[in-house]
Design a protein. Structure first.
Length: 509
């Protein structure tokens, strides 16, 4: 598998695009993929990260023979590249030359359908990562991991009909360090003992200093403050000086962000990728808009209770923020509510979901009469019968009669799950009830403990999305003692909304 990434990172652009792509690239690399980053010259610290992880880095400056002067760009962020879109496309084509590419990942606000259409012949799939929804794309997949109240409508008519939209925090691209550090916070302490400040990897407008000045207006008592900045921060020396003077801890280009989040009781941070890292680890955060494209994200996520996104008086930024810091420090119930809501929204399987979409290892096909025998064998296996509402052994005659009815019914769908090599993995069935489908799923008995259930269920959800457009919900009935199935559905974001109680009595005569 060969995957190329087109993105940039700078003081103007920030490092969020780089972080998102590096998360995807690391996942692919562990599974044997060949990865290549095509960028204008990156800061040395980011180049070092690529080197450590074994990713190829193709700086565009080394392909100068095709560079031309910039033309006027219609794209809002067109000034992020120093050339015309056509020239940038030709540069990228040269960087891709000589290889067949499975996927081209594009995470860049300056690039749109005009650029992507030129690159279309050079990769089997184009995967766009975006969160602006302000331009058209020519892509096969589009990921927007942010929460918006109307995210289903944001990309309507902006992508081709065949494009698969991956929208919302369930597709959040969390880095490995956060998955490995995951910790459920049972409750927020009544007293805030530690505050984390992180305003982005670059913080070009130096919001970090404004936040520190606001903290100095608060009564912090013995509360410790951890400040994180990148090594390209425009006021690195100034931040270090004020931290030293006030006894704050300053971390420059730290690799221990997850640990700092877990140990903190309250954060003050920018919108963007870091929002979901803090949510996942249950850290209530005052989230500030440091770029125009963060405004909608902060507003909608705050409305959902995932973050605290106050309106800051810009004429008295530091005093206004200090008031909100003090208010949240004094309200442990609100902090706990924000922490719980954030953790509920992010389950940590976002990267896996994205990869299952891009590179599915499981195929689903409609069952035929030729599948009757194998389904009969699975259905009567003790491990499957014990998890079924009817645990009795059924006869081949009963099974045949039922099966022939189901495979011809327009509102019932039996799908066989198999690997790309044809080996069978299990079965998933959807029975339609209005706008909902009820799910039944069997895993091949010899594979029951190998984690294929979640892959079959995700593949099934995709099948319904693509083939049954009127369906808006899924439901499943699971026996109380079937812990594996409960775990499976909870893992994929299903909510337990029904309880069934049973009692057997014996009357004396």
């Amino acid at each position: 598998m060969r995957v190329a990434f087109r993105l940039d990172a700078s003081k103007q652009i920030g490092t969020g695009h780089f972080v998102r792509c590096l998360t995807v690239a690391n996942w692919l690399k562990r599974r044997g993929a060949h990865t290549r980053f095509i960028c204008y010259p990156l800061p040395q610290s980011l180049i070092d990260q690529l080197d450590r992880q074994g990713h190829e880095y193709y700086p565009i400056s080394e392909l100068a023979e095709v560079v031309s002067k910039s033309k006027g760009q219609a794209n809002t962020h067109g000034h992020w590249i120093p050339t015309s879109l056509d020239t940038d496309a030709q540069i990228t084509i040269q960087a891709l030359a000589g290889s067949d590419w499975d996927t081209l990942v594009v995470d860049h606000y300056a690039l749109d359908i005009e650029w992507e259409s030129v690159l279309r012949p050079y990769a089997k799939k184009i995967f766009v990562i975006d969160d602006l929804a302000d331009r058209n794309h020519d892509c096969d997949f589009l990921l927007d991991q942010n929460f918006y109240l109307n995210y289903e409508d944001r990309y309507q008519s902006k992508v081709p009909q065949h494009c698969r939209l991956l929208l919302g925090p369930k597709y959040c691209l969390l880095r490995d360090e956060f998955i490995e550090t995951h910790q459920v916070r049972n409750s927020s302490p009544n007293i805030v003992n530690e505050i984390l400040v992180f305003m982005g990897g670059v913080d070009f407008e130096n919001y970090t200093m404004k936040v520190l000045n606001s903290l100095l207006l608060c009564n912090l008592n013995n509360c410790s403050v951890n400040v994180v900045i990148g090594d390209s921060h425009p006021d690195l020396i100034g931040i270090q000086k004020i931290c030293k003077k006030q006894g704050f801890n300053c971390f420059v280009q730290t690799q221990k962000m997850a640990n700092l989040i877990v140990s903190a009781d309250l954060a003050i941070g920018a919108g963007g990728t870091a929002v979901w890292e803090r949510c996942y680890l249950g850290l209530p955060t005052i989230t500030l808009e440091v770029a125009k494209n963060q405004k909608r994200l902060i507003k909608d996520a705050a409305a959902q209770g995932l973050i605290y996104g106050p309106e800051i008086n810009q004429e008295d930024f530091e005093g206004s923020l200090a008031n909100h810091i003090a208010a949240l420090m004094e309200n442990p119930s609100l902090r706990q509510l924000i922490a719980s809501s954030g953790q509920y929204a992010i389950d940590g399987f976002g990267v896996s979901r994205v990869m299952d979409e891009l590179y599915p290892q499981i195929e689903l096909r409609k069952a035929t009469i030729n599948d009757l025998d194998i389904l009969y064998h699975w259905r009567n296996h003790p491990s499957i019968r014990s998890a079924s509402a009817n645990s009795e052994i059924i006869s081949l005659e009963q099974h045949s009669e039922w099966f022939k009815k189901v495979i011809t019914a327009p509102d019932r769908h039996i799908l066989i799950a198999q690997k790309n090599d044809g080996n069978l993995l299990g079965m998933i069935r959807f029975d339609e009830h209005g706008t909902e489908v009820e799910i039944s799923i069997y895993i091949a008995p010899d594979l029951a403990s190998q984690g294929v259930g979640s892959k079959i269920l995700r593949a099934g959800e995709r099948w319904v999305f693509e083939n049954r457009k009127g369906i808006t919900g899924f439901r499943a009935k699971v026996l109380g003692g079937n812990k594996a199935s409960h775990h499976l559905f909870q893992k994929l974001g299903y909510q337990n909304c029904e309880s069934t109680y049973k009692k057997e009595v014996k009357y004396e005569t």
